[in-house]
Ligand binder design. Structure first.
Ligand code: 5AD
Ligand code: FES
Length: 340
């Protein structure tokens, strides 16, 4: 069956279709596109959750500032470097420093941390995921040696965005950040949750249209999962099938993109990440954070891998990748065609 997604009508059709044969055709097309670009490789990124302080109050997120039930932590620069060393020993060539929007990590402190990592690991990729900052800040972090930046847009529909975030946050500010990051020269990751409250097929279409315009190098797509202490704590989780469908559509729209099989998918369903690999995903991000803080980085409830050592996560992901007929690849895994 031919899969044609050249018009918005066709995209919307694949978002809402209830025809299993059409879905199978979609996943197969995504697998083929992925295979053409990347063969059977799946790239590894070592994830370091370095702070769960956050000045924002997003309605869906477990580490929002209004949540008094989280024990807050912040890794020291030394602890962050230790994580990088552990990751390097495990073979990772990409470190992802992810955290809430924590004002303690000023430009001066971040520049120091990034420079130290860059000095010790001149050939590794340094990815940041720490929210909205000024263009000058993004530039300073880039100049210090960061290469990539993950900043999910969350939803490309402004009204939907305002249902997920307090008034002080806006879709236009988020988009400005993404375009600034791209202009500076970062490999940029956008992305969104599937099944977040107030989402509709039309807002999902808007997400895909936005991705087509922005052309990010990476796209993180995972299901919304409720976190009990948030305003959305009683809302239903997003659907596995629809999340996989969005991954597949994203693969077809952006054939060279780096698409993670997300932890949220693995939390929603035991084989969620494996299914994502079969729907066009080509990246996994095992956790490198110290065991003692893992459970505190709880964006949503029941998050997996909070009790596993970094080495266990690495071995576990390797088994899962091989079980699906793919091959773990520990190279940097830059966006195809980008000079390092
Ligand atoms: N369920 C799923 N994903 C979430 N995120 C934050 N909270 C949740 C949740 N409850 C995602 C957001 C954010 C990323 C780091 O984690 O998309 O950008
Ligand atoms: Fe931290 Fe939304 S709660 S960015």
């Amino acid at each position: 069956m031919q899969v044609d997604i050249s018009t918005d009508e066709q995209l919307l059709h694949y978002i809402v279709s209830e025809d299993p044969a059409e879905m199978e055709a979609l996943f197969q097309a995504a697998r083929e596109t992925r295979a053409r670009q990347f063969g059977r490789k799946v790239y590894f990124r070592g994830l370091i959750e370095f702070t769960n302080y956050c000045k924002n109050n997003c309605y869906y997120c477990g580490i929002r500032r209004g949540n008094q039930n989280v024990a807050r932590y912040r890794l020291t620069p030394e602890e962050i470097l230790d994580c990088c060393h552990r990751g390097d020993t495990l073979g990772y060539k990409t470190f992802v420093l992810q955290g809430g929007e924590d004002p303690w990590f000023t430009d001066a402190r971040m520049v120091e941390i990034i420079s130290a990592i860059r000095q010790e690991f001149p050939d590794h990729a340094i990815t940041l995921s720490m929210g909205e900052r000024s263009r000058e800040s993004y530039q300073a972090l880039y100049d210090a040696g960061a290469n990539r930046y993950l900043l999910r847009h969350e939803t490309a529909d402004a009204v939907h965005y305002s249902h997920l975030h307090p008034q002080e946050m806006s879709l236009s500010a988020r988009m400005q950040c993404l375009y600034a990051l791209k202009e500076i020269g970062y490999q940029v990751g956008a992305g969104f949750m599937v099944g977040s409250p107030f989402q509709t097929p039309e807002t999902l279409l808007e997400d895909l249209r936005f991705l087509r315009r922005l052309r990010p190098q990476m796209v993180g797509i995972g299901p919304f999962l409720p976190q009990g202490d948030t305003p959305f704590g009683q809302e239903p989780a997003g659907s596995l099938e629809l999340t996989l469908r969005m991954v597949a559509l994203c693969r077809l729209l952006l054939p060279k993109a780096l698409l993670p099989a997300t932890t949220a998918l693995g939390t929603l369903s035991p084989l969620g990440r494996e299914r994502a690999l079969q729907a066009g995903a080509n990246v996994v991000m095992p956790n490198l954070s110290p065991l003692g803080v893992r459970a505190q980085y709880a964006l949503y409830d029941n998050k997996i891998c909070t009790g596993d050592e970094a080495a266990e996560c690495r071995a576990c992901m390797e088994r899962r990748i091989l079980s699906q007929g793919f091959v773990p690849d520990l190279s940097r895994g830059d966006y195809p065609g980008i000079a390092q």
